[in-house]
Design a protein around this ligand. Structure first.
Ligand code: ITT
Length: 198
């Protein structure tokens, strides 16, 4: 089987390839599948946006298409940046600036109220057009300063209490074992195996 993954985020793609490597399928990025389209992610939820991306690419390729919509949900900011995580402060703003901005917005928030999580919804469109979704989360608290060079995006500011490290300070294998994306993709792998006997 060939599976097209509807993402243009290189950080996601690295993790996805590692998590799905035992599936015995060839995983193609959008670029590798020759799909060059602009997708408007105007849904209100991670699931809605994941389905928008997977369906848009499936219209071009057919077969099996997966997509990942994810983000950082900060309780003290009423769930921001949430589904706007990629667009927060504009797509061109560096994560160094975005990460410090979020930390500063939590100035004065008591330690117990700095809770946050990464959320990931994986959507699939099957060859016959049916769709599936699977969700995963990873809980943490917002750090007082960014730390670590691993991962991507907001990883340097999500402190994982059980590790005493941020999500950017653990290895990719450690992150994949506990992450929102790892959980959602492993759940999706099971569903796909049932659906298509992968
Ligand atoms: P595609 O839509 O092409 O997949 P994107 O980056 O635009 O790429 P999203 O709309 O799903 O994807 O936005 C997800 C954002 O959430 C991502 O850009 C990061 O800012 C953040 N994010 C998601 N998962 C993350 C993770 O594991 N570590 C750090 N930040 C993450």
């Amino acid at each position: 089987h060939k599976i097209v993954f509807a993402t243009s985020n290189a950080g996601k793609m690295r993790e996805i390839r590692e998590i799905l490597k035992d599936l015995g399928a060839e995983i193609l990025s959008m670029k590798e599948a020759g799909v060059d389209i602009d997708i408007v992610e105007d849904g209100d939820t991670f699931a809605a946006n994941a389905l928008i991306k997977a369906k848009a690419v499936w219209e071009k390729t057919g077969g099996i298409v997966l997509a990942d919509d994810s983000g950082l949900v900060i309780d003290a900011l009423n769930g921001e940046p949430g589904v706007y995580s990629a667009r927060y402060m504009g797509e061109k703003t560096s994560y160094e600036i975005k990460n410090w901005n979020l930390i500063h917005r939590l100035d004065g928030v008591p330690e117990k109220k700095r809770t946050a999580r990464f959320v990931c919804v994986i959507a699939a469109v099957l060859p016959d057009g049916r769709t599936l979704t699977a969700e995963g989360t990873m809980e943490g608290v917002i750090a007082h300063e960014p730390a670590g060079a691993g991962g991507f995006g907001y990883d340097p500011i999500l402190m994982l209490p059980e590790y005493g490290k941020t999500s950017a300070e653990i290895t990719m294998d450690e992150k994949n074992a506990i992450s929102h994306r790892g959980k959602a993709l492993r759940a999706m792998k099971k569903r796909l195996a049932e659906e298509i006997g992968e």
